[in-house]
Write a protein that binds this ligand. Structure first.
Ligand code: ACM
Ligand code: ZN
Length: 500
């Protein structure tokens, strides 16, 4: 412990000499002040006592009922003049107790003695990063994972493939990255004209913009994430958002001149499409131990399918009456494949069209209605509604490259995942929340962070803290304190509301 606290004091340096009631984000379930305060210097000389014992934690919970997954993350922490005591049922709880200490030590140099009893409200507390439109790379991702861990977030949704580039090594199909991970123009909107993808250039072309993750990069990211109790969920898009796949393998498009009018869709009529996707997924399954695979499923226009002889033949053979049914056939078939390999699928809310795959988890993005429908049908849901959690949308119309709706920090903070449409019996189907950073207009690392922070602080609090612990004004105070610290660590943070 000595070493840990000394390292904390040196690495994260005090920002505020005045002890605060608590500067923690997310707000803990129970926080009680004890007599006195202790300086970081003094604390560094004290010990840390850690006890991993479900029984000992249950005693401190005094009859409060937690789900098993909550117990795993829960912790009791006592910060006194004589040092720190931690009780948890699992290593994960100890990790979160230490994140709490780390945050306290980062914001204040003198810590108010306190006791904290804490556990998460939702099991899924996520951030999605779109690495296809603009590629940031491994060290950027690790930096964001570090901040996620501090905020007790535990799911990183890695949007690795999309129209503007395939960004993960697949040994069975090296053409994917060789041909589509690079382009002449850095800025996405200079490359994409009229919603049709622009030209790619081959790997190795001098001056080309782009990149992709090798298997070693992915392994490095996964071990970094694992140490921080973050699960990395890869997304492999299908059947839409596949311009880049068709660029590398034109034969996977519909059997129409030029592959059909819409340039984004794969042909679900052809067996070769499934052979391709399954081979890709096998390598993805080998790379990522996550229980989940995200298979996309959004925004397929399906016009080509109405004309394609292979799609029409498939629909006839399978008794499908609509192209929505054809999409559903494809997603269900991919789900069966995922199950055979011990995985479960997540898809964007369009996977409801034509009938949901039996065990699919829905990522509700158009709003909350699709999510509510999925919950009523007995499915798990993650809420990522555009009006609240699309982090490409601007925080302030005057900001750099504003796009989309106005989604300031207070709006993000105001989202409540359990609405009237969710019965108490169904509430466990709401797995949690996620902020999505799409990067059409976000080229640089500093810009990406400016879009993420401080809004991710708000998503973290909604994902972890009990509703009654949420308080916008108190949160804003804490967000200001954490923003100052994060800037000191080298993050770009947009000013919280009162500073704009
Ligand atoms: C999406 O924003 N197309 C999921
Ligand atoms: Zn087709």
């Amino acid at each position: 412990m000595k070493r840990i606290l000394i390292a904390l004091a040196l690495a994260f340096g005090p920002m505020n000499a005045q002890p605060q009631p608590t500067n923690l984000i997310p707000a803990p379930v129970e926080y009680s002040v004890r007599p006195g305060s202790v300086s970081l210097d003094k604390l560094a000389g004290q010990g840390e006592k850690v006890r991993i014992s479900p029984k000992a934690l249950l005693r401190r919970l005094e009859g409060r009922k937690l789900a098993d997954w909550q117990l795993k993350s829960a912790y009791w922490l006592e910060l006194g003049k004589k040092g720190v005591k931690i009780v948890a049922a699992d290593e994960e709880g100890v990790f979160y107790a230490r994140q709490t200490l780390k945050m306290m030590a980062s914001v204040d140099s003198t810590l108010t003695c306190c006791t904290i009893l804490d556990w998460p409200r939702f099991p899924y507390r996520g951030v999605m990063l779109d690495e296809s439109r603009h590629f940031q790379g491994k060290s950027f991702v690790m930096k964001q994972l570090e901040m996620m861990a501090l905020l007790k977030m535990n799911r990183f949704h890695f949007h690795l493939v999309d129209n503007p580039g395939w960004r993960v090594q697949i040994d069975a199909y090296p053409r994917l990255t060789k041909l589509t991970a690079w382009r002449p123009q850095a800025f996405f909107w200079d490359w994409e004209k009229n919603e049709i993808g622009g030209p790619f250039v081959e790997e190795g072309t001098p001056g080309a913009y782009g990149g992709y993750y090798t298997k070693q990069d992915i392994a490095d990211i996964l071990s970094f994430a694992d140490e921080r109790h973050i699960e990395v969920i890869p997304e492999i898009e299908m059947p839409g958002h596949n311009y880049e796949t068709r660029y590398a393998f034109p034969e996977l498009a519909c059997s129409l001149p030029g592959g059909g009018k819409d340039p984004w869709e794969l042909c679900p009529g052809k067996e070769s499409t499934f052979e391709f996707l399954e081979k890709v997924l096998l390598e993805i399954f080998d790379m990522f131990p996550s229980q989940y695979i995200h298979i996309g499923g959004d925004e397929a226009r399906k016009n080509n399918w109405k004309l394609c002889p292979d799609c029409q033949a498939r629909m006839k053979a399978e008794g499908l009456e609509s192209v929505e049914g054809l999409q559903s056939y494809m997603i269900k078939r991919m789900e069966r494949f995922a199950h055979e390999h011990g995985k479960r699928i997540i898809g964007w809310d369009e996977i409801l069209q034509g009938g949901l795959a039996p065990d699919a988890t829905v990522m509700s993005w158009h709003g909350i209605e699709a999510g509510l429908q999925a919950v009523r049908e007995g499915h798990d849901v993650i809420f990522t509604p555009t009006h609240y959690y699309y982090l490409d949308y601007h925080q302030d119309p005057a900001q750099f490259r504003p796009v989309g709706r106005h989604v300031p920090l207070e709006k993000v903070y105001s989202f409540e995942p359990i609405t009237e449409g969710v019965s108490e019996a169904d509430a466990h189907h709401v797995l949690g929340v996620q902020g999505n950073l799409w990067t059409e207009h976000v080229q640089d690392a500093w810009h990406a962070e400016m879009m993420l922070y401080p809004r991710v602080f708000a998503i973290a609090e909604t994902g972890w803290s009990q509703t009654e612990r949420k308080d916008w004004h108190d949160f804003e105070r804490r967000a200001l304190a954490l923003s100052n610290v994060a800037r000191k660590w080298g993050y770009t943070v947009y000013p919280p509301l009162s500073q704009q």
